[in-house]
Every structure is written in structure tokens, then in C-alpha cells.
Design a protein around this ligand. Sequence first.
Ligand code: ZN
Length: 99
Amino acid sequence: MQTIATRHEPHTAAKGVVYRTTCQNPGCGFKFDLRITPENAGLLGGTMPCPRCHRRGGMLKREGRLGDRLFGAKLMFRALAVSHGTGEDEGDLFSERLN
Ligand SMILES: [Zn+2]
């Protein structure tokens, strides 16, 4: 019998984390799941448009952990993002590198 499973796959099938993001553009409020992988982790320090209202310049703000590899987040826009007080983040998978 040589049918011994040779699978030692680590749990990297779904890599990255999911940000359950809510658009903060007034009148939109679209919720979407944004998967952040090492390839697009730059979104965390940059901006992205809302997939629905297409308002550009949305900044992803993490809100807190919802579950395993699942975070709540808001897509903030400059007019709304009065001050961003990141700093006391314990740095997870992709620690935010905003200064
Ligand atoms: Zn939107």
C-alpha cells in the first residue's frame, strides 16, 4: 500500500486577510470584502477607490478583528478622515507602515 497521503500542505491556501470594508462616502455605505495579500498589501498604506461609488482616495482604516483573518475596516475619505490616530496598533500580519 503506497497510498499514504503525502499531503503536508500548510494552511496557506487562503493567504492574506480579509477586510470587511464599509465605504464611508456619504450616500454610499457599500460593504465589501477586500482581500489583502502580500501582493496588494500596499493598499493598507495607500488609497483605493470604492468599488461601488468609485470615489477615489479612500484610505483603508482597520477597525478591529472580527475573526480569523477577518478584520473590519472603513474606507475613509480625506474629507472625513479628520485625524488618523494610528499608532497603538499591535501590528498583525501586515503592520501598518504609515508614519
Ligand atoms: Zn462607496
